[in-house]
Design a protein around this ligand. Structure first.
Ligand code: NDP
Length: 485
């Protein structure tokens, strides 16, 4: 209940779901004062039955989250890169909802844990919803979706103890060296943000922009916090996790209630389509960034969060973020992880919320939706009434519009399962990150690695030390020393 919520006048009559008035909500119907209950007390049984069904399956990943509504305002002209109407003029505002989450923990887990944070935004544009579903890190642990469920299992609970296990983490990371870049960010100061307003967000994947001349550009999205980066130390975070496990959720809610609206500046990195063929890094590898000196940040606009939700379940638990939601002028790329996510998010929502999840108020596009999907569980929106249900038809049903076709994408090579072997490339960017950290942050990074790795068998420690060494020999030596190896 909101503290300032004061009902005025006479309270409404309590009813059953069928609308019948309820004469007694304190005492169940029984056969005699001390006798058994009556089956005909439908209000009692409806109450118990509804309560048993209050929980829907929680998200397998990103289960604990906080969200808020806001606005995106264009500050710079990028129409030469994208024809998306959201960017069409300086000053243009678009409404949005954003959801921020931890990855591994369950719905009631503590907020201030060392984990990647989800950073997901649904822009309600006039051309349909555009969902940018990223993280607070510009890279990810793996670059092939075939490894995704295995990786997530390492972050969950062991089958026999039901406990989380650092052995699973380090065993997997040491066997999948392309994860080192993300692991380094995770164990750096940015692994525990001091609340949502103090972290950056990244689209992480490479996406594409298409302009009015049908030219394609590859694009990376960066949301830089305007509150400044601030992080918790491990000790602070551990204390807060015990005292107030919902700290991050509370912090965001209270800031917005006080009118202290957090803001992020959106910038993009742009790569002309054909440069991808010759660029030094595979621009579609999710374990790599594009160094800023090669592709500088171009400012686009400001995102501000300025309104709390009024019902957490309806608006945050049921919000269905999905990278397959895109608008003309913004599209996918050959990034294998992105390709897989365009399937798996919608698939998860169909399972968790039901096939008609896009019609729920928080997910419903502001743009007109017209198609031939019909029926399904919980069809609560009129189901398009008596309109025609097939296509082609002679009855003015919606039709394709070829003006929205994307330019063809040049692809070469044979269909095959391509091994992306680990090369020195996987160690250069983590090494660059280590070297750009000031000495005190390097100290904390090394100590965080030592504290975690000291709990795992020596053969795993040794495998990891080789990776640290390849990234930067000083870093490897320091962790080895901390582990007494
Ligand atoms: P730059 O010097 O131009 O950029 C360094 C980047 O590192 C900045 O974006 C900075 O963010 C960020 N950073 C600083 N400390 C941390 C940390 N603990 N965890 C994560 N990011 C941090 O160099 P490059 O573009 O050549 O990148 C060098 C390395 O920086 C990369 O290998 C990568 O690890 C990391 N990085 C690069 C990004 C990119 O898109 N190029 C984005 C984020 C990280 P801020 O500006 O907020 O201080």
């Amino acid at each position: 209940m909101k503290k300032n919520d004061k009902s005025e006048g006479k309270p409404k009559t309590l009813t059953t779901q069928g609308g019948a008035p309820v004469p007694d909500n304190q005492n169940s119907l029984s056969a005699g004062e001390r006798g058994p209950l009556l089956m005909q007390d439908v209000h009692l049984f409806e109450k118990m039955a509804h309560f048993n069904r209050e929980r829907i399956p929680e998200r397998v990943v990103h289960a604990k989250g906080a969200g808020a509504y806001g606005t995106f305002t264009v500050t710079n002209d990028i129409t030469k890169y994208s024809k998306a109407k959201i960017f069409s003029e300086i000053g243009k505002k678009t409404e949005l909802i954003a959801r921020f989450s931890t990855v591994a923990g369950e719905r009631g887990s503590a907020d201030t844990v060392r984990d990647v944070r989800g950073f997901a935004i649904k822009f309600y544009t006039e051309e349909g919803n555009w969902d940018l579903v990223g993280n607070n890190t510009p890279v990810f642990f793996i670059r092939d979706p075939l490894k995704f469920s295995d990786f997530i299992h390492t972050q969950k609970r062991e089958p026999h103890t039901n406990l989380r296990s650092q052995i699973m983490w380090w065993d997997f990371w040491s066997l999948v060296p392309e994860s080192l870049h993300q692991v380094t960010i995770l164990f750096s100061d940015r692994g525990i943000p001091r609340g949502i307003p103090h972290m950056n967000g990244y689209g992480s994947h490479t996406y594409s922009f298409i302009n009015a001349k049908d030219e394609r550009f590859w694009v990376k999205f960066h949301f830089k916090t305007m509150q400044g980066i601030k992080n918790f130390t491990q000790q602070e975070a551990d204390e807060i996790a015990g005292k107030d496990p919902d700290w991050t959720t509370r912090d965001l809610y209270e800031r917005i209630e006080k009118g202290n609206f957090p803001k992020w500046e959106l910038s993009v990195q742009i790569m002309p389509e054909l440069e991808a063929e010759s660029y030094r890094w595979n621009p579609f590898d999710l374990t790599k960034v594009w160094p800023h000196k090669d592709y500088p940040l171009i400012k686009v606009g400001i995102m501000e969060l300025n309104r709390n939700v009024s019902n957490y379940f309806a608006e945050v638990e049921q919000v269905a973020m999905d990278p397959s939601n895109k608008v003309p002028g913004i599209s996918y790329s050959p990034d294998k992880m992105l390709q897989a996510r365009t399937f798996s998010y919608a698939d998860a929502h169909r399972y968790r919320l039901g096939v008609n999840y896009q019609s729920l108020p928080v997910n419903k596009p502001k743009a007109m939706v017209s198609n031939y999907h019909r029926d399904g569980h919980m069809r609560f929106d009129g189901n398009y009434g008596d309109s025609v249900i097939y296509e082609p038809n002679s009855f003015s049903g919606p039709q394709q519009n070829t003006s929205f076709k994307e330019p063809p994408l040049k692809i070469s090579g044979n269909a095959d399962a391509y091994n992306q072997p680990t090369t020195d490339d996987d160690f250069i960017q983590p090494g660059n990150l280590y070297r750009l950290m000031p000495p005190d942050e390097q100290d904390r990074l090394v100590q965080n690695f030592v504290n975690s790795l000291k709990t795992v068998p020596k053969f795993i420690q040794e495998r990891m030390l080789k990776h640290f060494h390849k990234a930067d020999s000083t870093w490897g030596d320091r962790v080895a020393k901390g582990l007494g190896i």
